[in-house]
Design a protein around this ligand. Sequence first.
Ligand SMILES: [Ca+2]
Ligand SMILES: [Ca+2]
Ligand SMILES: [Ca+2]
Length: 449
Amino acid sequence: MRIISTLTLALIVATSSLFAACGTETLTSATPCVIDNDCERGQACVDGICTASGAVGDTSGSGDATQSDTATGSGADTTVEDTAIEDTTPEDSGSGADTTVEDTTPVDTTPVDTTPPEPTWTFTITSPVDRDAFRTSSAITLTGQLTGDAIDFSTFDLAIASSINGSLGIIQPDAAGAFTLPLIGLRPGRHTLSVRAVAPDGLERTASVVFGICPDDSVIDFTADLDPAQWLVRGDTSRDASGWLELTGLAPSRAGSIYYLGNTLAEGDVEINLRISTGACPAPGPCSSFAEGADGFAMNIWSVASVPELEGILDLAANGGGLGYGVSGLYGDRIVDSFHIEFDTYYNRNDIHTDPTAVPHIGITQNGDPENHLVYYESASLENNAWHDITLSIQGSRVRVMYDGTMAIDQDIPGLSFKGGFLGFSGSTGYYYNYHRIDDLQIVQSCSF
Ligand SMILES: [Ca+2]
Ligand SMILES: [Ca+2]
Ligand SMILES: [Ca+2]
């Protein structure tokens, strides 16, 4: 037995009584102690009470639990618990940050993964070519060529697609790699046409070309009566009931003109198609009564702002050798920006002006001056009473005229800048005369991409 001091025992008894007051059965029957040796084997001295060694943890745990329960009730402890939760939040954030870092790691390896083997073959689109421009009625054919050594290209697939029309189908090239596909039904707009060539081993290449489709411009065929709101008609000009315009009629000293008010031409490139006929027989076509006729006619585009301004110019325009458009040079001092293509069948010589040739000619003039032929094309057939197809094309300062499918004029005219404006026709006769006919007018506004 251990000798315990009086003071120690008093404390132990007091402590024991205190725990007994708490009503804890375990503590009521316990043996007071100071150190472990005060207790029996298998016991330890815990807080002055001999306690079974195996129960020390349990007792402590019990106590802790009790304290914890009590503490839970207090605001301070709740805060601690919240803090603990908050502590886990940064860990989550930390995990997120770590995840982000891990995400960047595969990115570094990605370039390595995207290095596919290069096909040993190549291919090109040979038509259309970039910046080509077509009409909706144009026949457009896609052609191209695959190239590679000892490859049977007929096993390849070519997927054709347009940025506007979508898929245009899948075709196979021939064994030598050539491919062709008529492009039908392409809608107006700027197309990016792509061809994706896929080999049997899955390797592929893609090529593309960008081109434009413009809508077809309508043809005015003069089968219907002229709408006064659309057409300004002056002098001896009228629509022939057979369906064309007659500018003068077969009589001396006639003059007339007609201007299309329905659609003024825009500045810039333009193409104009029409048919013309001049001669002495009432029905267009071969004419047995061919004789010297006059004077001819012109297509004029005046860059003026209004119809009254246009009429003011027409009031001044000289007829006869002036062909209904002469307002400047030897024919006047009117300053105007205009473009003219004349079909001149009378040789003016030592007249107000002198023509550059005695042969009927197609001439390009400017600014109301019938004398200054910037370029001309001689054609004896011009006055044969037959219909002739004319295409005038202005691209920048380059002027081209097709006459019955022949390139009659292809000339760069320095300083030419087409300003657009009111388009119309004028014709005149003098001592000599002819019919002067216009039909199938088509104005093709700029189509470029
Ligand atoms: Ca007609
Ligand atoms: Ca003339
Ligand atoms: Ca002339």
